[in-house]
Design a protein around this ligand. Structure first.
Ligand code: RUQ
Ligand code: CUA
Ligand code: CA
Length: 648
């Protein structure tokens, strides 16, 4: 379906609109089956009713292009932190230039820095009893930094691993991963979002929790029993402490989780649910017209945990509270609120003023707007039906997924099937929902190339949303870049949203396969350029401390490096020794990194200025091995070597 859709783009980049409509409709019906007829006809009406929104905006004129360029020697104004998808890493780009700045290895292994090779990184990733890595794969989808009072504080970045259900924390001062936590009893951990402030203790302004939504339901515990009882499969919503990275509690739910959002007052967390049917096969997952957006009352959950109203699943020590529908029928004591919204929604995002959640229909051409205050009122028993918290449901186009916000009350939603970004006004949508026929809800549409999944605005997930850029992360790049074989790069298209009309201003190629990103003002990020040697308990602080230290078959080799030499030009071990090399970089100069590679032993890692790292391996091949510096550091970089002698 997608490929037919893409073929339909003419090669001048301008879409054939009439044919496209036909294909979209066909594709959509094909995807969703007969039950979609209602949604489709509704969407057609909307197109008639809002002709103003029809013409797709053109790319920025050539004369304007320089406006978005970053000249040599100039720095970008934003950082973009992006998940690497099944690369398992996190990427950093500069915006508006699109310059690629760094890949942070997280769940993957990476021989550029030695991630998964050094003892320190292995301890973070986790090892099996034999010392090998517990997992070598990861699938990162959502990156979100820690908050203080509703905006980024530059301290941490959190990222999920969908494959092995892990949450990782990256320190933003060094841009390195420092902790990884595995969530018990869940599969398909997908959406993640930190608190924007603490809901329980008003004196705490900063992020203390990270919420994690699990997408797949499984038997609980998942130990080989009850495999056929699919109706009893369940999913859990987890809360992790942002400092200790321990799992604090979990909520047993009906349906599934997908993406996660948190409110600005710290009171609620939300997840969209596309499988309220709890189906095992996808036709079952599309069988009802309405799924849900599920809200969690954080303070009540924590009270229930404190009061011991918990169970434990399998061997897990994490307390689990009951958030299923039947147990939460009374709003006044409910921990959860299931708000019905149209078919298989994807994406839930809160507006920067903290008032509204937008949750897209995916298989419905709508975005549902839920008012935060009304959800709180439902929990107080002042509103009867969860559905009464919905204040708008505009028809915006086909295949709506993610929504970003500007600072003027507008929302920007990616339309996967329409291959467009649609700009719509939230207050206008609320008025229209109340029956006002004189408001224009959809303000603009722009074609993107092709089929956007994720979309996000500059600072748009904070109360400092600035309305400058929207990035459309497209799932197919086809003819937009030089061909590089069957695996294509992805496209992150940059759209200027500062005016009334959206303007496409850049195509940035990105390596496969990011899921979501955030755009952070550069002044928020304060990095360190050099480590402090004292931070490393095993540092070799004086080159004179270098040497080979033997304890039976275990040998420790202490080394320092300072361009262009290691402290020992050679060292000797014996065949069969378990060798640990500890290397401290004594250079203090910014950007003066050394590497250390050992031929035939599969060892390669770096040490940044004043940093210490270690590796452990078996010296099982007698001979000499030239350990050499892999990272260009000096005019005599090639001469920076040490000879490892493995005696018979
Ligand atoms: S979500 S499956 Cu994480 Cu739109 Cu990409
Ligand atoms: Cu040290 Cu190259
Ligand atoms: Ca469904």
């Amino acid at each position: 379906m997608s490929q037919d859709r893409i073929k339909d783009q003419k090669h001048d980049g301008q879409p054939d609109v009439s044919r496209r409509k036909f294909l979209n409709t066909a594709a959509f019906a094909g995807l969703a089956g007969a039950s979609m007829t209602v949604g489709l006809s509704a969407c057609k009406q909307e197109e008639k009713a809002a002709p103003a929104a029809a013409p797709a905006s053109a790319p920025a004129a050539a004369s304007e292009a320089g406006k978005y360029e970053v000249a040599p020697g100039q720095l970008d104004t934003y950082y973009s932190f992006s998940s690497g998808g099944h690369s398992g890493n996190v990427r950093i780009y500069g915006l508006p230039s699109g310059r690629e700045l760094k890949c942070i290895p997280v769940f993957n292994t990476d021989c550029l820095v030695g991630w998964g090779i050094t003892n320190e990184s292995k301890a973070i990733i986790g090892t099996k009893p034999d010392g090998s890595l517990k997992y070598q794969t990861g699938d990162t989808h959502h990156v979100h930094p820690s908050y203080t009072d509703g905006t980024y504080d530059g301290k941490y970045l959190f990222v999920n691993d969908k494959i092995n259900s892990r949450l990782a924390r990256v320190r933003l001062d060094t841009m390195e991963c420092d902790k990884i936590t595995e969530l018990p009893n869940v599969q398909g951990f997908h959406g993640t979002f930190p608190d924007k402030r603490d809901p329980v203790d008003a004196s705490i302004n900063h992020t203390t929790r990270v919420f994690c939504g699990a997408e797949f339901s499984i038997p609980l515990p998942n130990n080989g029993h009850n495999i056929e009882k699919t109706a009893e499969y369940r999913s859990l919503f987890s809360c992790v402490d942002s400092e200790t990275m321990q799992v604090r509690w979990q909520v047993l739910i009906d349906g599934n989780c997908d993406l996660v959002a948190t409110s600005y007052d710290g009171k609620l967390a939300a997840t969209n649910q596309y499988n309220t049917e709890m189906g095992v096969h996808y036709p079952e997952m599309m069988s009802v017209e309405r799924d849900a957006c599920l809200f969690f009352n954080v303070a009540r959950i924590e009270e229930a945990v404190k009061a011991g109203k918990v169970t434990y699943i399998g061997d897990s020590k994490v307390p689990v509270v009951d958030g299923r529908k039947a147990a939460n029928a009374d709003p006044k004591t409910a921990l959860t609120c299931y708000v019905p919204i149209p078919k298989n929604p994807h994406g839930v995002n809160i507006s920067p003023d903290g008032k509204y959640y937008a949750c897209s229909g995916k298989l419905s051409p709508t975005a549902t707007v839920i008012e935060h205050e009304l959800v709180l009122k439902w929990f107080e028993g002042e509103i009867k039906e969860p559905r009464d918290t919905v204040v708008a449901e505009p028809e915006i186009g086909l295949g709506p997924l993610h929504t970003g916000f500007d600072n003027k009350g507008n929302a920007y939603t990616t339309l996967f099937l329409d291959s467009q970004i649609v700009k719509w006004n939230v207050e206008a949508a609320i008025k229209a929902y109340k029956g006002d026929k004189n408001v224009t809800v959809v303000l603009d549409r722009i074609d993107v190339h092709y089929q956007p999944g994720h979309g996000f605005t500059s600072m748009g997930e904070t109360k400092e949303a600035d309305g400058k850029f929207f990035i459309s992360d497209n799932k197919f790049s086809k003819d937009r870049f030089l061909p590089v074989g069957p695996l294509h790069p992805e496209t992150a298209q940059m759209i200027d949203i500062s005016g009334d009309k959206m303007k496409l201003v850049a195509d940035h190629s990105v390596l496969s396969e990011p899921h979501d990103s955030i755009v952070v003002r550069r002044d928020i990020i304060k990095t360190r350029q050099v480590y402090n040697m004292d931070e490393f308990p095993n540092a070799v602080k004086d080159p004179k401390d270098s040497g080979v230290f033997r304890d039976g078959k275990k040998v420790t080799v202490k080394l320092t490096g300072q361009a262009p030499a290691y402290s020992m030009p050679e060292f000797t071990v014996k065949k069969g020794d378990e060798v640990t090399i500890i290397l401290t970089n004594h250079d203090k100069v910014e950007d003066l990194t050394h590497g250390f590679a050992i031929p035939k032993h599969d060892i390669n890692f770096i040490v940044n200025p004043q940093e210490t790292k270690s590796v452990t391996f078996k010296a099982d091949k007698p001979g000499i091995y030239w350990c050499y510096c892999t990272h260009f550091c000096h005019a005599l970089h090639l001469e920076m070597r040490s000879r490892m002698i493995v005696e018979l």
